[in-house]
Write a protein that binds this ligand. Structure first.
Ligand code: ADP
Ligand code: MG
Length: 649
């Protein structure tokens, strides 16, 4: 039973939203703010902007559609450009803007952008005059940026009305949301519900809890693979790149076992750090008689829809960013999903026909899950957002948030901004010269601070490279089958000073390799070529911003002490020391932590380390580290360290 292949225009016409397009356009025309709720995959994100454009509702302005994830913004813009056709590429009528990448032009009328980028635009144009229509998509995700945008966009609409200038239309879209809450925030605006098409999904829970959900994913997959007919595709939800690659690898190896019977397999992975060409290939149908298996993060939950999926394997886990004002640490944490997320994942099996969902948790574990996820604004580090709001002339304490952030998190952010020198003091949070410069960088204020102090240490060149690495995706490839080999060939880059200097060494050698040999060099050293080229691009964009802030270029050559001191100037709250029991504790509020095995310092036990990131699984692991000296701490960040006890060696 194969469906005939539809042309791209027929695909558009076959979407559930198509039959309602005139009614929908009528509502969009007659309401200044409208909530649109419709099943994932019904066509909201790809079609509605095209309908609006074909009716020329945007007039002389543009239609901006926000997405919480860059992957989604890019892949959807490419798809819509293709749908629109007429020999136009992405960047013409349809474009996208994500951090460090702007693929738009004067011709662009339909612009997909991450919520973070629209917020940056608002810093330079509070009334968002480029836009006549703003669509806040995936509103249920409640990312910190979307939550701030709700207030910013609402205010821009009001101000434009008061001043009687080009009205701003706001659409809020999602597959699932608390409509009453959203509607009351947006002045009791109207909500429309779009019909979707869904088929029943059979659900299975595990009887006993699994202690290893990765292994459970693999064994559940093979159970399905042996029984299900070809072209019954499978979607597996996991939490991040490492897990996804490990499971893909195991499935690939095991499927080659002659004992395993099943149709030929095509394995696809989907996660944020991936090159976008790879992400697009996942949408292509696989040949007749094959089976597609897609292993994805929660991006496939509501942001993108892959057709042909009949089976879902839900690990029940997700990686989230969370901040604990009590410990001052922000971490990436792997935790249970909410019930709402579980239902969204399940629904992905019932888009084209009946499906099955294997939940790798028990029914009672499901019942213990929270109903919906906590908005990010109530669990993340707020220093960046508080600074952005200040640039908009708004004090976070008085902002019209849909859900208020916890007061101690706002206080912690103000405290941190004060220590970074971005504001005068925590009561009168007026931006300083440094603070104003910080807002020019699309970076966490801690990283902007590093670049702004680099002049003092004469290491701007090195700081730019390190900050670019920390802002891009990982360049190190570690294929499970050749992990050891990768480590051996990259050994020569490893520095006793830690991961930052190691990355710098990689970059320096990469730059010295001739253009025509770069690909071979990357291959030989297990370096992701696209990602390192992206680091180079980020570096040059940051360099431009530094120039505009009048920071002269400088290099510290081989004096790595200067670079590491410079890193302390932004990351002083991220220092851990080895205690008498040979355990690490973060100096800030003394949380127990340990060095992640991926670090070059793993197993070395230096006395003091500066870290960039914390990942919490069974323990709190520190990633991307540098060794530092005790006396530097007081020298570089005296205001902070005068209150902190550091053990002498
Ligand atoms: P919604 O926003 O309502 O969840 P979308 O507009 O994202 O829905 O998707 C509508 C349809 O377009 C889906 O059926 C999906 O399969 C298809 N689609 C989206 N992106 C692509 C792509 N890159 N290639 C092929 N089909 C796509
Ligand atoms: Mg969508």
């Amino acid at each position: 039973t194969t469906k005939p292949k539809l042309s791209i225009q027929d695909q558009r016409r076959s979407l559930p939203i198509f039959a309602n397009r005139n009614k929908l356009l009528g509502l969009i025309k007659s309401h200044e703010t409208l909530i649109i709720v419709g099943e994932t995959g019904c066509g909201k994100t790809t079609q509605i902007p095209q309908y609006i454009h074909s009716a020329r509702l945007e007039e002389s302005g543009c239609i901006g559609i926000t997405q919480p994830r860059r992957v989604a913004a890019i892949s959807i813009a490419k798809r819509v450009a293709q749908e629109h056709g007429g020999g136009m590429d992405v960047g013409d009528l349809v474009g996208y803007t994500v951090r460090f990448e702007d693929v738009t032009s004067k011709k662009t009328k339909i612009k997909y952008l991450t919520d973070g980028m629209l917020l940056r635009e608002a810093m330079f144009d509070k009334l968002l005059m480029n836009y006549t229509v703003i669509i806040l998509d995936e509103a249920h995700e409640r990312t910190i940026h979307t939550d701030v945008l709700f207030g910013v966009v609402k205010n821009a609409q009001k101000k434009r009305k008061e001043r009687n200038i080009a009205p701003l239309k706001i659409l809020i879209m999602s597959a699932t949301m608390d409509v009453d809450h959203f509607s009351s925030y947006f002045n009791n605006c109207r909500a429309v519900y779009l019909e979707g098409r869904t088929y029943p999904v059979n659900m299975y829970y595990t009887i006993k809890p699994h202690d290893d959900y990765q292994t459970a994913c693999v064994s559940t997959f093979f159970k399905i693979h042996r029984e299900a007919p070809p072209n019954y595709d499978v979607l597996i939800f996991l939490t991040g790149q490492e897990e996804i690659e490990a499971v893909a690898h195991q499935i690939r190896i095991l499927s080659k076992d002659p004992e395993v019977e099943g149709p030929p397999l095509k394995i696809f992975t989907l996660f944020g750090a991936q090159p976008s060409t790879m992400q697009l290939s996942v949408f292509q149908p696989v040949p007749e008689g094959h089976r597609k298996v897609v292993i994805s993060t929660n991006i496939a939950e509501t942001s993108v829809t892959i057709s042909g999926i009949r089976y879902i394997i839900d690990s029940g886990m997700v990686k989230v960013r969370s901040f604990h004002p009590a410990t001052g640490l922000e971490m990436l944490k792997i935790q249970r999903i909410s019930q709402e997320q579980a239902w969204q994942r399940t629904g992905r099996a019932g888009r084209d026909s009946e499906g099955c969902c294997y939940r790798l948790y028990t029914r009672s574990q499901f019942e213990l899950m929270s109903k919906s996820s906590t908005p990010e604004i109530q669990r993340a580090n707020l220093n960046s957002v508080v600074l952005q709001l200040l640039a908009l002339g708004i004090q976070a304490q008085y902002f019209d948030f849909m859900s208020k952030p916890p007061p101690d998190a706002v206080a912690a952010a103000l405290e941190q901004l004060k220590l970074l020198g971005a504001i005068e003091d925590t009561e009168n949070s007026k931006l300083t010269e440094i603070g104003r410069k910080m807002t020019k960088f699309p970076l966490d204020p801690r990283f902007s601070k590093i670049l702004l102090t680099a002049q003092q240490y004469g290491c701007l060149e090195e700081a730019l490279i390190v900050v670019a690495f920390l802002s891009g995706e990982s360049v190190l490839l570690n294929p499970s089958s050749r992990k050891e080999q990768a480590q051996i060939v990259r050994q020569k880059f490893c520095s006793g000073y830690g991961d930052h200097v190691t990355l710098l060494n990689i970059y320096r050698e990469f730059s010295n390799v001739g253009q025509s040999n770069k690909r071979a060099w990357c291959h030989e050293h297990f370096i992701n070529m696209r990602n390192i080229l992206n680091v180079r691009e980020i570096r040059s964009q940051l360099e431009e911003i530094c120039k505009s802030c009048d920071i002269p270029s400088s290099s510290c050559g081989s004096q790595m002490d200067l670079l590491r001191k410079c890193l302390i100037s932004g990351l002083f709250m991220n220092v851990a020391e080895l205690n008498r029991d040979r355990q690490y504790v973060a100096l800030h509020k003394r949380q127990a932590v340990c060095i992640h095995p991926s670090s070059v310092l793993h197993g070395q036990q230096p006395h003091l380390v500066l870290f960039t990131e914390v990942v919490q699984t069974s323990k709190c692991y520190l990633r991307n580290l540098s060794t530092v000296e005790a006396e530097w701490l007081l020298e570089v960040a005296p205001d902070y360290f005068k209150h902190v006890n550091i053990r002498t060696k």
